[in-house]
Design a protein around this ligand. Sequence first.
Ligand code: FRU
Length: 504
Amino acid sequence: ALYTEPYRPQIHFSPSTGFMNDPNGLVKSGDTWHMYFQYNPNATVAGFQHWGHATSKDLYHWQNHLYAIAPDSDDQGIFSGSAVLDVNNTSGFFNDSVPADSRFVAIYTLNTPTAQNQNIAYSTDGQNYTKYSGNPVISLNTTQFRDPKVFWDEQKSRWVMAVSHSQDYQIGFYASTNLREWNEVSRFGPSGILGYQYECPDLLQIPISGGDKDGQKAWVLVLSINPGAPLGGSFIQAFIGDWDGTNFKPWDGSTQIVDFGKDFYAAQTFYNAPNDQAILIGWVGNWQYANAVPTSPWRSSMTVPRQMTVRYIDMNPMHKGYQVTMEPYGLESLQKQQTNENTTSSNGNQTVSLDGNGAFEILANLSYPSTNYSVNPRAEFLIHTPNQGEYLKVGILYGDPTTVYVDRRLAGKEWSDSNPFFTDRFSQQFHPITTDNSTKQIVRVHMIVDRMQSELFVQDGVASASILHFWDNEAKPSSLSVGLGDDQIKLDSLQVNAINSTWP
Ligand code: FRU
Protein backbone atom coordinates (compact mmCIF):
# COMPACT_ATOMS: atom_id res chain seq x y z
CA ALA A 1 0.00 0.00 0.00
CA LEU A 2 1.06 3.61 -0.53
CA TYR A 3 2.56 5.53 2.40
CA THR A 4 4.00 2.32 3.86
CA GLU A 5 7.18 2.37 1.74
CA PRO A 6 10.31 2.26 3.96
CA TYR A 7 11.50 5.73 2.89
CA ARG A 8 8.04 7.28 3.04
CA PRO A 9 7.84 10.22 5.49
CA GLN A 10 5.17 9.53 8.09
CA ILE A 11 4.25 13.00 9.38
CA HIS A 12 5.38 15.08 6.42
CA PHE A 13 3.39 15.57 3.24
CA SER A 14 4.45 13.71 0.12
CA PRO A 15 2.36 13.00 -2.99
CA SER A 16 1.09 9.44 -3.32
CA THR A 17 2.82 9.02 -6.70
CA GLY A 18 4.57 11.30 -9.18
CA PHE A 19 6.95 14.22 -8.80
CA MET A 20 6.42 17.18 -6.50
CA ASN A 21 8.31 20.42 -6.06
CA ASP A 22 7.25 23.87 -4.77
CA PRO A 23 4.30 24.39 -2.42
CA ASN A 24 1.78 26.67 -4.20
CA GLY A 25 -1.39 28.53 -3.29
CA LEU A 26 -1.17 27.93 0.45
CA VAL A 27 -4.44 29.25 1.89
CA LYS A 28 -6.66 28.62 4.89
CA SER A 29 -10.41 28.65 4.21
CA GLY A 30 -12.70 28.06 7.18
CA ASP A 31 -11.10 25.27 9.20
CA THR A 32 -9.34 23.77 6.18
CA TRP A 33 -5.77 24.32 5.10
CA HIS A 34 -5.32 23.98 1.33
CA MET A 35 -1.98 23.11 -0.14
CA TYR A 36 -1.36 23.06 -3.87
CA PHE A 37 2.01 22.06 -5.21
CA GLN A 38 4.04 21.76 -8.37
CA TYR A 39 3.18 18.31 -9.57
CA ASN A 40 3.90 16.00 -12.46
CA PRO A 41 1.29 13.23 -12.20
CA ASN A 42 2.82 11.26 -15.07
CA ALA A 43 6.43 10.71 -13.99
CA THR A 44 8.79 11.00 -11.04
CA VAL A 45 10.79 13.80 -12.64
CA ALA A 46 9.86 17.45 -13.07
CA GLY A 47 7.85 18.29 -16.20
CA PHE A 48 4.25 18.76 -17.40
CA GLN A 49 3.61 20.82 -14.25
CA HIS A 50 0.13 20.78 -12.69
CA TRP A 51 -1.11 22.17 -9.39
CA GLY A 52 -1.54 19.11 -7.20
CA HIS A 53 -3.92 19.56 -4.27
CA ALA A 54 -4.24 18.31 -0.70
CA THR A 55 -6.23 19.54 2.30
CA SER A 56 -5.81 19.21 6.04
CA LYS A 57 -7.39 20.33 9.30
CA ASP A 58 -4.09 20.33 11.19
CA LEU A 59 -1.32 20.58 8.54
CA TYR A 60 -0.16 17.00 9.31
CA HIS A 61 -3.08 14.72 8.39
CA TRP A 62 -3.48 15.39 4.68
CA GLN A 63 -6.10 14.23 2.27
CA ASN A 64 -5.00 13.91 -1.33
CA HIS A 65 -7.21 15.25 -4.11
CA LEU A 66 -7.04 15.18 -7.86
CA TYR A 67 -4.79 17.93 -9.21
CA ALA A 68 -6.66 21.24 -9.21
CA ILE A 69 -5.19 23.09 -12.19
CA ALA A 70 -3.89 21.33 -15.29
CA PRO A 71 -2.16 22.68 -18.40
CA ASP A 72 -4.19 22.78 -21.62
CA SER A 73 -1.48 21.10 -23.68
CA ASP A 74 1.60 19.07 -22.97
CA ASP A 75 4.01 21.82 -23.99
CA GLN A 76 2.61 24.03 -21.21
CA GLY A 77 3.14 24.05 -17.46
CA ILE A 78 1.11 25.53 -14.60
CA PHE A 79 4.09 26.94 -12.71
CA SER A 80 4.30 28.22 -9.15
CA GLY A 81 2.06 30.84 -7.63
CA SER A 82 -0.31 31.66 -4.80
CA ALA A 83 -3.97 31.73 -3.83
CA VAL A 84 -6.11 34.29 -2.01
CA LEU A 85 -9.67 34.52 -0.73
CA ASP A 86 -11.43 37.33 -2.55
CA VAL A 87 -13.84 37.90 0.33
CA ASN A 88 -15.14 41.22 -1.05
CA ASN A 89 -15.53 39.85 -4.58
CA THR A 90 -13.18 42.50 -5.97
CA SER A 91 -12.70 40.30 -9.04
CA GLY A 92 -16.42 40.02 -9.77
CA PHE A 93 -15.99 36.26 -10.26
CA PHE A 94 -18.42 35.26 -7.49
CA ASN A 95 -22.18 35.31 -6.94
CA ASP A 96 -23.48 36.72 -3.68
CA SER A 97 -24.45 33.19 -2.69
CA VAL A 98 -20.81 32.10 -2.48
CA PRO A 99 -19.61 32.36 1.13
CA ALA A 100 -16.78 34.86 1.58
CA ASP A 101 -14.22 32.24 2.57
CA SER A 102 -15.05 30.08 -0.47
CA ARG A 103 -14.00 32.71 -2.99
CA PHE A 104 -10.68 31.24 -4.10
CA VAL A 105 -8.53 32.97 -6.68
CA ALA A 106 -5.29 31.31 -7.77
CA ILE A 107 -2.54 33.38 -9.37
CA TYR A 108 0.09 31.34 -11.22
CA THR A 109 2.61 31.43 -14.03
CA LEU A 110 1.68 29.81 -17.30
CA ASN A 111 4.91 28.46 -18.75
CA THR A 112 5.00 27.94 -22.51
CA PRO A 113 7.95 27.44 -24.88
CA THR A 114 7.85 31.13 -25.77
CA ALA A 115 6.83 32.97 -22.58
CA GLN A 116 6.09 33.01 -18.88
CA ASN A 117 2.89 34.96 -18.15
CA GLN A 118 0.86 35.55 -15.02
CA ASN A 119 -2.60 33.96 -15.10
CA ILE A 120 -5.51 33.60 -12.71
CA ALA A 121 -8.25 31.02 -12.08
CA TYR A 122 -11.14 30.98 -9.60
CA SER A 123 -13.03 28.40 -7.62
CA THR A 124 -15.82 28.14 -5.06
CA ASP A 125 -14.55 24.93 -3.45
CA GLY A 126 -10.77 25.09 -3.77
CA GLN A 127 -10.79 22.04 -6.02
CA ASN A 128 -12.54 22.92 -9.28
CA TYR A 129 -10.93 25.96 -10.88
CA THR A 130 -12.08 27.96 -13.89
CA LYS A 131 -9.32 29.68 -15.82
CA TYR A 132 -10.12 33.37 -16.34
CA SER A 133 -11.13 34.04 -19.96
CA GLY A 134 -9.05 37.24 -20.01
CA ASN A 135 -5.75 35.51 -19.23
CA PRO A 136 -2.92 36.37 -19.15
CA VAL A 137 -3.28 39.15 -16.58
CA ILE A 138 0.37 40.19 -16.95
CA SER A 139 2.40 39.42 -20.02
CA LEU A 140 5.78 40.96 -20.76
CA ASN A 141 6.99 38.85 -23.62
CA THR A 142 9.76 37.16 -21.67
CA THR A 143 10.55 33.57 -20.69
CA GLN A 144 11.96 34.60 -17.28
CA PHE A 145 9.06 36.05 -15.29
CA ARG A 146 7.37 33.85 -12.72
CA ASP A 147 6.05 32.76 -9.33
CA PRO A 148 3.46 35.44 -8.38
CA LYS A 149 2.69 35.66 -4.64
CA VAL A 150 -0.29 37.89 -3.84
CA PHE A 151 -1.49 39.42 -0.56
CA TRP A 152 -4.09 42.01 0.42
CA ASP A 153 -2.25 45.15 1.48
CA GLU A 154 -4.22 47.09 4.05
CA GLN A 155 -1.97 50.14 3.72
CA LYS A 156 -3.41 51.04 0.33
CA SER A 157 -6.43 48.73 0.29
CA ARG A 158 -5.31 46.82 -2.75
CA TRP A 159 -3.83 43.54 -3.84
CA VAL A 160 -0.06 43.38 -4.17
CA MET A 161 1.87 40.79 -6.15
CA ALA A 162 5.55 39.98 -5.73
CA VAL A 163 6.82 38.25 -8.87
CA SER A 164 10.27 37.32 -10.03
CA HIS A 165 12.14 38.72 -13.00
CA SER A 166 14.34 35.73 -12.56
CA GLN A 167 17.44 36.42 -14.57
CA ASP A 168 17.38 40.18 -13.97
CA TYR A 169 17.65 39.45 -10.22
CA GLN A 170 14.66 41.65 -9.57
CA ILE A 171 11.37 41.26 -7.79
CA GLY A 172 8.56 43.19 -9.43
CA PHE A 173 5.79 44.54 -7.21
CA TYR A 174 2.45 44.93 -8.96
CA ALA A 175 -0.79 46.35 -7.55
CA SER A 176 -4.42 45.68 -8.43
CA THR A 177 -7.88 46.45 -7.09
CA ASN A 178 -9.57 43.50 -8.82
CA LEU A 179 -6.93 40.77 -9.36
CA ARG A 180 -7.44 41.12 -13.13
CA GLU A 181 -5.68 44.40 -13.95
CA TRP A 182 -2.19 44.92 -12.57
CA ASN A 183 0.24 47.85 -12.59
CA GLU A 184 3.88 47.67 -11.70
CA VAL A 185 4.60 49.90 -8.69
CA SER A 186 8.28 49.17 -7.98
CA ARG A 187 11.14 46.76 -8.35
CA PHE A 188 13.55 45.41 -5.79
CA GLY A 189 17.05 44.19 -6.56
CA PRO A 190 19.53 43.03 -7.63
CA SER A 191 20.33 42.43 -3.97
CA GLY A 192 21.69 39.75 -1.67
CA ILE A 193 23.03 36.54 -3.11
CA LEU A 194 22.15 36.48 -6.80
CA GLY A 195 23.08 33.02 -8.03
CA TYR A 196 21.61 32.37 -11.46
CA GLN A 197 17.90 33.01 -10.90
CA TYR A 198 15.52 34.61 -8.41
CA GLU A 199 12.46 32.43 -7.83
CA CYS A 200 9.40 32.24 -5.57
CA PRO A 201 9.36 35.60 -3.75
CA ASP A 202 7.08 36.03 -0.73
CA LEU A 203 6.61 39.43 0.94
CA LEU A 204 4.94 39.09 4.30
CA GLN A 205 4.67 40.46 7.82
CA ILE A 206 6.26 38.54 10.67
CA PRO A 207 5.78 39.26 14.39
CA ILE A 208 8.85 40.60 16.19
CA SER A 209 10.02 39.23 19.51
CA GLY A 210 12.57 41.17 21.58
CA GLY A 211 14.57 44.35 21.08
CA ASP A 212 13.02 47.79 20.88
CA LYS A 213 10.53 46.66 18.21
CA ASP A 214 9.12 43.89 20.41
CA GLY A 215 5.44 43.24 19.65
CA GLN A 216 5.58 45.02 16.28
CA LYS A 217 5.82 43.35 12.89
CA ALA A 218 8.58 43.32 10.32
CA TRP A 219 8.16 43.07 6.57
CA VAL A 220 10.25 40.21 5.27
CA LEU A 221 10.99 39.31 1.67
CA VAL A 222 11.63 35.58 1.40
CA LEU A 223 13.45 34.81 -1.84
CA SER A 224 14.54 31.55 -3.41
CA ILE A 225 17.74 31.32 -5.47
CA ASN A 226 18.67 28.56 -7.90
CA PRO A 227 21.36 27.64 -8.70
CA GLY A 228 24.01 29.54 -6.77
CA ALA A 229 23.40 28.55 -3.14
CA PRO A 230 26.42 28.75 -0.84
CA LEU A 231 26.21 24.96 -0.54
CA GLY A 232 25.39 24.55 -4.23
CA GLY A 233 22.07 24.40 -6.03
CA SER A 234 19.01 25.88 -4.39
CA PHE A 235 18.49 27.82 -1.17
CA ILE A 236 16.38 30.55 0.38
CA GLN A 237 17.46 33.95 1.63
CA ALA A 238 15.41 36.58 3.43
CA PHE A 239 15.57 40.37 3.75
CA ILE A 240 14.03 42.13 6.75
CA GLY A 241 12.79 45.63 6.03
CA ASP A 242 9.96 48.08 5.47
CA TRP A 243 7.14 48.04 2.93
CA ASP A 244 5.30 51.33 2.51
CA GLY A 245 2.69 49.99 0.11
CA THR A 246 4.89 50.77 -2.88
CA ASN A 247 8.53 50.03 -2.13
CA PHE A 248 10.37 47.39 -0.16
CA LYS A 249 13.53 48.60 1.62
CA PRO A 250 15.69 46.23 3.64
CA TRP A 251 16.77 47.70 6.97
CA ASP A 252 20.44 47.14 6.58
CA GLY A 253 20.80 45.94 3.02
CA SER A 254 21.95 42.57 4.19
CA THR A 255 20.50 39.16 3.56
CA GLN A 256 20.06 36.10 5.76
CA ILE A 257 20.02 32.39 5.12
CA VAL A 258 16.92 31.04 6.83
CA ASP A 259 17.74 27.31 6.87
CA PHE A 260 21.34 26.09 6.80
CA GLY A 261 20.51 22.63 5.41
CA LYS A 262 20.70 21.80 1.74
CA ASP A 263 17.11 20.64 1.32
CA PHE A 264 14.88 23.65 1.79
CA TYR A 265 13.50 25.51 -1.19
CA ALA A 266 10.65 27.51 -2.71
CA ALA A 267 8.96 27.97 0.65
CA GLN A 268 5.84 30.12 0.94
CA THR A 269 3.50 31.24 3.71
CA PHE A 270 -0.24 30.69 4.06
CA TYR A 271 -2.73 33.32 3.06
CA ASN A 272 -5.28 33.90 5.86
CA ALA A 273 -3.48 31.99 8.63
CA PRO A 274 -5.12 32.50 12.06
CA ASN A 275 -4.10 35.63 13.99
CA ASP A 276 -1.92 36.80 11.08
CA GLN A 277 0.71 34.25 12.01
CA ALA A 278 3.43 33.57 9.45
CA ILE A 279 3.14 29.84 8.74
CA LEU A 280 5.50 28.58 6.09
CA ILE A 281 5.97 25.29 4.27
CA GLY A 282 9.06 24.55 2.20
CA TRP A 283 9.89 21.97 -0.41
CA VAL A 284 12.42 19.43 0.88
CA GLY A 285 14.75 19.17 -2.04
CA ASN A 286 17.49 20.74 -4.06
CA TRP A 287 17.43 21.06 -7.85
CA GLN A 288 20.96 19.61 -7.97
CA TYR A 289 19.55 16.14 -7.29
CA ALA A 290 15.75 16.38 -6.90
CA ASN A 291 15.09 14.43 -10.10
CA ALA A 292 17.41 11.62 -9.01
CA VAL A 293 16.70 10.89 -5.35
CA PRO A 294 16.10 7.15 -4.75
CA THR A 295 12.39 7.11 -3.83
CA SER A 296 9.55 5.48 -5.71
CA PRO A 297 6.72 5.72 -6.76
CA TRP A 298 7.00 9.37 -5.71
CA ARG A 299 9.70 11.99 -5.40
CA SER A 300 9.91 14.76 -2.79
CA SER A 301 8.19 15.84 0.39
CA MET A 302 7.46 19.04 2.28
CA THR A 303 8.76 20.37 5.59
CA VAL A 304 6.50 20.46 8.61
CA PRO A 305 4.67 23.79 8.85
CA ARG A 306 7.04 26.32 10.40
CA GLN A 307 6.00 29.35 12.38
CA MET A 308 8.19 32.34 11.66
CA THR A 309 9.27 34.95 14.19
CA VAL A 310 11.71 37.82 13.78
CA ARG A 311 13.77 37.65 16.98
CA TYR A 312 16.13 40.19 18.40
CA ILE A 313 19.39 38.36 19.01
CA ASP A 314 21.82 40.63 20.79
CA MET A 315 24.69 38.19 20.74
CA ASN A 316 24.37 36.44 17.43
CA PRO A 317 27.81 36.53 15.85
CA MET A 318 26.38 35.94 12.38
CA HIS A 319 23.84 38.69 12.48
CA LYS A 320 23.58 41.14 15.33
CA GLY A 321 20.07 42.44 15.57
CA TYR A 322 16.90 40.98 14.09
CA GLN A 323 16.87 37.52 12.66
CA VAL A 324 14.26 35.38 10.94
CA THR A 325 13.64 32.21 12.97
CA MET A 326 11.41 29.18 12.39
CA GLU A 327 9.96 26.51 14.67
CA PRO A 328 7.56 23.63 14.02
CA TYR A 329 3.91 24.75 14.14
CA GLY A 330 1.20 22.57 15.66
CA LEU A 331 3.47 19.58 16.26
CA GLU A 332 2.23 19.34 19.85
CA SER A 333 -1.22 18.32 18.59
CA LEU A 334 0.05 14.99 17.22
CA GLN A 335 -0.16 11.71 19.09
CA LYS A 336 3.13 10.83 20.73
CA GLN A 337 4.62 8.36 23.15
CA GLN A 338 7.76 9.14 25.06
CA THR A 339 10.20 6.30 24.42
CA ASN A 340 12.94 7.09 26.93
CA GLU A 341 13.21 7.56 30.66
CA ASN A 342 13.29 11.20 31.61
CA THR A 343 16.91 12.13 31.72
CA THR A 344 18.18 14.85 33.96
CA SER A 345 21.75 15.95 34.50
CA SER A 346 23.19 12.82 33.01
CA ASN A 347 26.77 12.57 31.94
CA GLY A 348 28.35 10.27 29.45
CA ASN A 349 26.96 8.38 26.54
CA GLN A 350 23.52 6.93 26.30
CA THR A 351 21.38 5.18 23.75
CA VAL A 352 17.64 5.37 23.26
CA SER A 353 15.92 2.98 20.91
CA LEU A 354 13.59 4.55 18.40
CA ASP A 355 10.63 2.23 18.80
CA GLY A 356 7.59 2.88 16.71
CA ASN A 357 6.73 2.99 13.09
CA GLY A 358 6.28 6.68 12.57
CA ALA A 359 8.50 9.65 13.09
CA PHE A 360 10.54 10.71 16.10
CA GLU A 361 11.07 13.91 17.95
CA ILE A 362 14.15 14.62 20.02
CA LEU A 363 14.15 17.41 22.60
CA ALA A 364 17.44 18.00 24.36
CA ASN A 365 18.83 20.69 26.61
CA LEU A 366 22.57 20.94 26.93
CA SER A 367 24.58 23.13 29.20
CA TYR A 368 28.21 24.03 29.64
CA PRO A 369 29.46 25.76 32.74
CA SER A 370 31.88 28.41 31.56
CA THR A 371 33.43 30.20 28.66
CA ASN A 372 36.77 28.65 29.47
CA TYR A 373 36.52 26.14 26.67
CA SER A 374 38.28 22.83 26.97
CA VAL A 375 39.71 20.97 24.02
CA ASN A 376 36.64 19.20 22.80
CA PRO A 377 33.46 20.62 24.33
CA ARG A 378 31.01 18.94 22.03
CA ALA A 379 27.88 16.90 22.26
CA GLU A 380 26.88 14.64 19.40
CA PHE A 381 23.53 13.11 18.55
CA LEU A 382 23.75 10.10 16.26
CA ILE A 383 20.68 8.70 14.54
CA HIS A 384 21.43 5.07 13.72
CA THR A 385 19.74 2.50 11.53
CA PRO A 386 20.23 -1.26 11.86
CA ASN A 387 22.92 -1.03 9.15
CA GLN A 388 26.38 -1.39 10.64
CA GLY A 389 28.16 1.96 11.03
CA GLU A 390 25.34 3.96 9.50
CA TYR A 391 24.26 7.18 11.20
CA LEU A 392 23.35 10.82 10.78
CA LYS A 393 25.34 13.08 13.07
CA VAL A 394 24.20 16.36 14.61
CA GLY A 395 26.73 18.05 16.85
CA ILE A 396 26.96 21.06 19.09
CA LEU A 397 30.49 22.38 19.52
CA TYR A 398 30.69 24.86 22.39
CA GLY A 399 32.92 27.84 21.74
CA ASP A 400 32.76 31.48 20.96
CA PRO A 401 30.64 31.33 18.89
CA THR A 402 29.07 27.93 19.36
CA THR A 403 28.44 25.83 16.25
CA VAL A 404 25.75 23.36 15.28
CA TYR A 405 26.88 20.95 12.59
CA VAL A 406 25.31 18.20 10.54
CA ASP A 407 27.27 15.36 8.99
CA ARG A 408 25.46 12.97 6.65
CA ARG A 409 28.52 11.23 5.19
CA LEU A 410 27.62 7.97 6.87
CA ALA A 411 23.85 8.39 6.64
CA GLY A 412 23.44 6.09 3.66
CA LYS A 413 26.81 5.77 1.96
CA GLU A 414 25.45 4.33 -1.25
CA TRP A 415 23.54 7.47 -2.06
CA SER A 416 25.91 10.06 -0.58
CA ASP A 417 28.91 8.49 -2.30
CA SER A 418 27.17 8.26 -5.63
CA ASN A 419 25.92 11.82 -5.95
CA PRO A 420 28.61 14.49 -6.32
CA PHE A 421 26.25 17.28 -5.28
CA PHE A 422 24.86 15.67 -2.16
CA THR A 423 26.95 18.02 0.04
CA ASP A 424 27.41 16.09 3.23
CA ARG A 425 28.40 18.56 5.96
CA PHE A 426 27.04 21.94 6.92
CA SER A 427 26.97 24.14 10.00
CA GLN A 428 25.76 27.37 11.50
CA GLN A 429 27.09 29.46 14.36
CA PHE A 430 25.07 30.97 17.18
CA HIS A 431 25.39 31.84 20.85
CA PRO A 432 24.05 29.74 23.69
CA ILE A 433 21.61 31.31 26.11
CA THR A 434 23.48 32.39 29.21
CA THR A 435 21.77 32.29 32.57
CA ASP A 436 21.58 35.48 34.63
CA ASN A 437 24.71 34.88 36.60
CA SER A 438 26.43 33.60 33.43
CA THR A 439 27.30 30.26 34.94
CA LYS A 440 25.44 28.14 32.44
CA GLN A 441 25.43 28.27 28.66
CA ILE A 442 22.29 26.53 27.51
CA VAL A 443 21.62 25.07 24.06
CA ARG A 444 18.19 23.74 23.14
CA VAL A 445 17.94 21.17 20.37
CA HIS A 446 14.66 20.12 18.76
CA MET A 447 14.87 17.56 16.00
CA ILE A 448 12.33 15.65 13.95
CA VAL A 449 13.49 12.43 12.29
CA ASP A 450 11.08 11.02 9.71
CA ARG A 451 12.48 8.11 7.68
CA MET A 452 14.62 9.78 4.98
CA GLN A 453 14.21 13.36 6.12
CA SER A 454 15.03 15.30 9.28
CA GLU A 455 14.43 18.81 10.48
CA LEU A 456 16.61 20.42 13.07
CA PHE A 457 15.72 23.49 15.14
CA VAL A 458 18.26 24.93 17.53
CA GLN A 459 17.65 27.64 20.10
CA ASP A 460 14.02 28.41 19.23
CA GLY A 461 14.76 28.18 15.55
CA VAL A 462 17.65 30.64 15.45
CA ALA A 463 19.28 27.88 13.42
CA SER A 464 17.25 25.37 11.44
CA ALA A 465 18.13 22.75 8.87
CA SER A 466 16.16 20.52 6.53
CA ILE A 467 18.14 17.38 5.74
CA LEU A 468 17.62 14.41 3.41
CA HIS A 469 19.39 11.10 4.16
CA PHE A 470 18.85 8.02 2.06
CA TRP A 471 19.86 5.07 4.24
CA ASP A 472 21.34 2.00 2.58
CA ASN A 473 18.79 -0.70 1.72
CA GLU A 474 15.96 1.69 2.60
CA ALA A 475 16.60 1.17 6.31
CA LYS A 476 14.65 3.03 8.97
CA PRO A 477 16.08 4.98 11.90
CA SER A 478 16.32 2.62 14.90
CA SER A 479 18.20 4.32 17.72
CA LEU A 480 19.62 7.56 19.00
CA SER A 481 22.90 7.75 20.83
CA VAL A 482 24.12 10.84 22.60
CA GLY A 483 27.81 11.30 23.19
CA LEU A 484 29.25 14.01 25.41
CA GLY A 485 32.82 14.75 24.37
CA ASP A 486 33.64 16.65 27.53
CA ASP A 487 32.74 15.88 31.11
CA GLN A 488 31.75 19.50 31.70
CA ILE A 489 28.92 19.31 29.18
CA LYS A 490 25.68 18.30 30.80
CA LEU A 491 22.67 16.82 29.12
CA ASP A 492 20.20 18.66 31.33
CA SER A 493 17.26 16.91 29.75
CA LEU A 494 16.52 14.49 26.96
CA GLN A 495 13.12 13.49 25.74
CA VAL A 496 12.51 11.22 22.76
CA ASN A 497 8.97 10.91 21.45
CA ALA A 498 7.65 8.48 18.89
CA ILE A 499 5.05 10.36 16.83
CA ASN A 500 2.25 8.32 15.29
CA SER A 501 2.05 8.29 11.53
CA THR A 502 -0.44 10.81 10.15
CA TRP A 503 -1.07 8.65 7.08
CA PRO A 504 -3.87 6.06 7.12
C1 FRU B 1 11.20 26.70 -8.32
C2 FRU B 1 10.64 26.68 -9.73
C3 FRU B 1 9.78 27.90 -9.99
C4 FRU B 1 8.86 27.43 -11.07
C5 FRU B 1 8.63 25.99 -10.70
C6 FRU B 1 8.44 25.08 -11.87
O1 FRU B 1 11.54 25.43 -7.83
O2 FRU B 1 11.68 26.60 -10.67
O3 FRU B 1 10.50 29.05 -10.33
O4 FRU B 1 7.66 28.16 -11.11
O5 FRU B 1 9.76 25.58 -9.95
O6 FRU B 1 8.08 23.80 -11.45
